[in-house]
Design a binder for this molecule. Structure first.
Ligand SMILES: [Zn+2]
Ligand SMILES: [Zn+2]
Length: 575
């Protein structure tokens, strides 16, 4: 994590340097000049994947004033660009449309940068509870001023001990300082005894609505693992960072996304405080990627009259809509299913199916209010019971308000059934699949969570492509790193950590996978007129790759490097 922090700081510096030497002519200068000089950049000798079906491939591209001026053969593009263009020889590198983060959390990614990294490979170093204890002890020594010991992203499914760390495991690190470790799903947390004490969680505490305090054996004593809504009790106690610290972490996170070729970033569960921070960062002119925030609504909250959304960016930021969380995570076994888990989690019986976060009435009301006020909606639904809840709510809202182009998004949609995909198509619900799961937790899903049959059709991309309906894919960063080439590779290959294929009939082609993070993602954001393909008039948001994912051996797609990221004509990352 330390290294990553240094790297991202360097990247920010590099990006600033690069963009400083590529400043466009300002409005004032243009007005004052006798003949307006608009800098044009010509990219030649490139292998361009336009993601525009009417002209899928090209060799040259001209951009001016942050938009695409021409795309095609070198001859065509040179003619359109005229004299005096800056020529860049791309030496055969591949250019694709700027990659779009269809779902993730830049605010949480920023926050996680301030925590110890306790993730498993390849995102972190941890494979056992003993190792986790060592990492947290070192973090404590390296951060003597820290009043809380905070770790990000432990994964019980990949722990040698095959379980969550308990309060007693964490008490071995410290009994004086509170310790909290977030689970890799972001839906659970492990606490030591001091943390439980400060949160007031005791044997007498009843589980909160939409959450669980796991217990020691058959007793009522909390074992330190908190599920779903229970984790917010602890989040509320964490020491507050200063605004300057928070903004600096957001800038680091932005550079991190840029280094992965991403030009539009989502903040997919913003608290009002996150919205305020991003607005401040934007007003300070520190955003160079587009960031779209979706305000998360929790149980008992109301949207409020003052809340609004916008389709226009203000200094690269806009509030894009509402986010609901309908259930938990499959890898944490809190996703809400219609059929029982293959192996129930700690403390649950054979008929355990997970549970909802909100009741039907709340979901129906949130959806109908959002629709009637014109707010786009993202709804996290991992389990098929949660998917039913969303489908029903959208059906009711459409019946009451009439159909319209609302593009509600089912985030994750990991276990949607064929009959549900039919309903989603009829209702215009866009599935955004967390297909990176096939690699990160594919073996765990097959062996412990779902069993072979259900696991083989998680994130059913081919079922969606076959119906010719829009779909996107995502990494849900910081749940997994924003590695878009690994995500693309996952959709194409569906290979697990152990090298087995999970559901070969749900694989899609590299171009179909590329569409899920370009043109389809632009559609999901209502931005397909400006983004998602390399077409004349669209924004010059471009990602330069070391190789062409449509031409290389499909198993090597994950090894393709991001060479350069260009946002509206400006280089914001260069390898
Ligand atoms: Zn989610
Ligand atoms: Zn998420």
């Amino acid at each position: 994590m330390k290294n990553r922090r240094i790297v991202t700081v360097l990247l920010t510096a590099l990006a600033m340097t690069l963009s400083a030497c590529d400043q466009p002519v300002t409005q004032k200068e243009e007005a004052g000049a006798i003949t307006a000089v608009m800098p044009t950049t010509l990219f030649v000798n490139a292998d361009i994947i336009t993601v525009d079906d009417s002209r899928p491939a090209a060799q040259a591209l001209a951009i001016r004033n942050g938009r695409v001026l021409a795309v095609g053969s070198r001859q065509e593009v040179e003619a359109a660009a005229g004299q005096g263009a800056e020529v860049r020889d791309m030496q055969g590198k591949t250019i694709v449309p700027g990659l779009i983060d269809a779902h993730g959390h830049i605010s949480l990614t920023a926050l996680s940068n301030g925590f110890a990294n306790v993730q498993p490979l390849p995102a972190g170093p941890i494979s056992s509870i003993a190792q986790l204890q060592e990492v947290m002890k070192s973090w404590d020594q390296a951060n003597p001023e820290a009043t809380w010991l905070m770790g990000w992203g432990y994964d019980d499914s990949l722990m040698a001990e095959g379980r969550h760390p308990s309060r007693y495991d964490l008490d071995a690190i410290s009994t004086e300082k509170p310790i909290m470790l977030t689970h890799v799903s972001g839906h659970l947390m492990a606490c030591n005894s001091k943390c439980l004490e400060l949160a007031g969680i005791t044997a007498e505490s009843e589980d909160p609505p939409g959450g669980v305090y796991q217990r020691v054996g058959d007793s009522q004593t909390p074992n330190g693992v908190l599920e779903e809504s229970a984790i917010y009790k602890v989040f509320g106690l964490l020491p507050a960072a200063t605004q300057a610290q928070r903004l600096a972490l957001l800038e680091q996170a932005q550079a991190y996304y840029a280094s992965h070729g991403i030009t539009t970033v989502q903040d997919g569960a913003s608290q009002l405080s996150n919205i305020a921070d991003l607005q401040t960062l934007a007003a300070n002119k520190k955003l160079f990627l587009d960031v779209v925030g979706f305000r998360v609504l929790s149980k008992g909250e109301s949207i409020g009259e003052a809340f609004t959304v916008s389709s226009d960016y203000q200094d690269h930021y806009r509030v894009g809509g509402i986010k609901l969380v309908l259930d938990g995570s499959p890898q944490g076994k809190t996703a809400w299913l219609t059929e029982p888990y293959a192996h129930p989690p700690h403390g649950q019986g054979e008929d355990y199916k997970g549970y909802p976060r909100l009741d039907d009435t709340e979901v129906n009301e949130f959806i109908s209010e959002s629709f009637s006020r014109g707010f786009p909606v993202l709804a996290h639904a991992n389990g098929d019971a949660a998917a039913d809840q969303l489908v029903n709510a959208v059906t009711l809202a459409n019946e009451a308000l009439g159909a319209a182009d609302r593009r509600p998004v089912m985030i994750h949609a990991q276990t949607v059934r064929e009959d549900q995909i039919d309903q989603m198509q009829a209702l215009g619900i866009v599935p955004s699949y967390f297909v990176a799961h096939t690699f990160y937790w594919g073996d765990w899903h097959r062996d412990s969570v779902f069993g072979a049959e259900r696991a083989s059709r998680i994130s059913p991309l081919q079922s969606t492509v076959k119906r010719n309906m829009p779909y996107t894919t995502h990494n849900d960063t910081p749940i997994v790193p924003p590695d878009m080439m690994r995500l693309l590779w996952s959709g194409v290959n569906r290979v697990t950590r152990s090298g087995k294929i999970l559901g070969s009939d749900q694989r899609i082609t590299p171009l179909e996978a590329l569409k899920s993070m370009t043109i389809n993602a632009a559609y999901q954001f209502f931005e397909e007129n400006d983004k998602g393909s390399i077409e004349v008039g669209k924004l010059a948001d471009l990602t330069v790759l070391s190789a062409n994912p449509l031409k290389v051996d499909a198993m090597t797609i994950k090894d393709i490097r991001i060479e350069e990221t260009i946002k509206e004509g400006k280089t914001v990352y260069f390898r």
